[in-house]
Ligand binder design. Structure first.
Ligand code: NAI
Length: 312
């Protein structure tokens, strides 16, 4: 397959949250290497969101600058309204614009659902769901007035497909997917494209989740199947003005990139409106071989109408 011309970000300003480590760090480095001016945001806490340390973001900024790129550190937390506003303000105050936001900051506090406590739910909602809102909202409103832009939010395969011990994380991550779909619909007219990424890579976060034994210095993508560098190409393509997609969910892990969808199967028409009529058709109702993908809730309503003749 032939490759497109080099994808450059010259003159573009990109905000990456949680860019002091792992995936965000790789996105920031690669964006800067392709000409982007990057706000490297990171609170610098532990994987469960405790503490803060400016060293993580500062190190990435230093690395970008020593490679000849442009970057500014932001140490604010995405988890507060003031923090999110300050992160986006850093881009606008420094370079006068914000062309793309990659909302990537994240933490984990795994616990089985039976043992989950309200503070453990809140902590995850604060960083992931509210954090995405607090960061993307000020950028979205700026983009709406200034010709559009690209937003990449971060979901997770755990949230899309389910995983033991992560109900708080998955609730937050699928909340992000819901927010993304609406932002994409509402931002379309203004030229704002919003997509969600579900990444898989070895980072300190997955080390705590038991996917790999220890956090490691990132290896180049050619040498390590779990390299963050095998996820970044899709993220850069989503953050670039040439991205054709909006409102969609993409997976990236180990070099395999794919699209995930929320789909509807052919289902069945009830011939009587009783639970017994449902029970008689469980197999057809659950059949995954007839799935199709509504583009939005209006499209889904049209599917109902086509099958039932219902009128709104
Ligand atoms: P990581 O722990 O290496 O990086 C996350 C960064 O976010 C850290 O540097 C941390 O300090 C920062 N951060 C946390 N809370 C913050 C806050 N309130 N404000 C600002 N920065 C904050 O983890 P990784 O793996 O790079 O994760 C990046 C994103 O990808 C997260 O949203 C995570 O949930 C998601 N993800 C990662 C997967 C993987 O396989 N690595 C799988 C699925 C999702």
């Amino acid at each position: 397959m032939s490759e497109n011309p080099e994808m450059r970000f010259d003159g573009k300003v990109v905000v990456v949250t949680g860019a002091g480590n792992g995936l965000g760090r790789d996105y920031a480095l690669q964006l800067a290497a392709r000409g982007a001016k990057v706000i490297v945001n990171d609170l610098g806490g532990s994987t469960d969101g405790i503490g803060n340390d400016q060293a993580a973001a500062a190190r990435v900024v230093e690395q970008i600058r020593s490679n000849g790129g442009e970057a500014v550190a932001s140490f604010d937390s995405v988890a507060t309204e003031e923090g999110g506003a300050a992160i986006i303000r850093a881009a606008i105050d420094t370079w006068g614009r914000v062309d793309a936001v990659i909302a990537n900051a994240g933490i984990l506090r795994d616990k089985s659902f039976a043992k989950l406590t309200p503070p453990e739910l809140d902590a995850l909602l604060d960083v992931h769901l509210r954090g995405t809102f607090f960061t993307v909202h000020p950028a979205f409103t700026w983009m709406r007035e200034n010709g559009g832009g690209n937003v990449v939010v971060t979901a997770s395969p755990s949230a899309l497909f389910g995983a033991f011990g992560q109900s708080n994380y998955c609730a937050a991550k699928l909340g992000i997917v819901g927010m993304m779909q609406v932002m994409a619909i509402e931002g379309a007219k203004a030229g704002i494209k919003v997509n969600a990424l579900a990444p898989t890579a070895a980072t300190r976060l997955t080390a705590t989740a038991g996917m790999s034994d220890a956090p490691r210095e990132p290896l180049p993508p050619e040498q390590d199947p779990m390299s963050t560098g095998r996820v970044s190409p899709l993220v850069l393509a989503l953050a670039h003005e040439s991205c054709p997609a909006s409102g969609e969910i993409f997976n990236a892990g180990c070099g395999w990139i794919s699209r995930a969808v929320i789909a509807v199967n052919e289902g069945v028409m009830l011939d009587s409106f009783t639970p017994e009529a449902v029970a008689a058709q469980w197999d057809a109702l659950r059949d995954p071989s007839t799935l199709s993908v509504p583009q939005n809730a209006t499209d889904y309503w049209h599917m109902i109408q086509a099958r039932t003749g219902a009128q709104g």
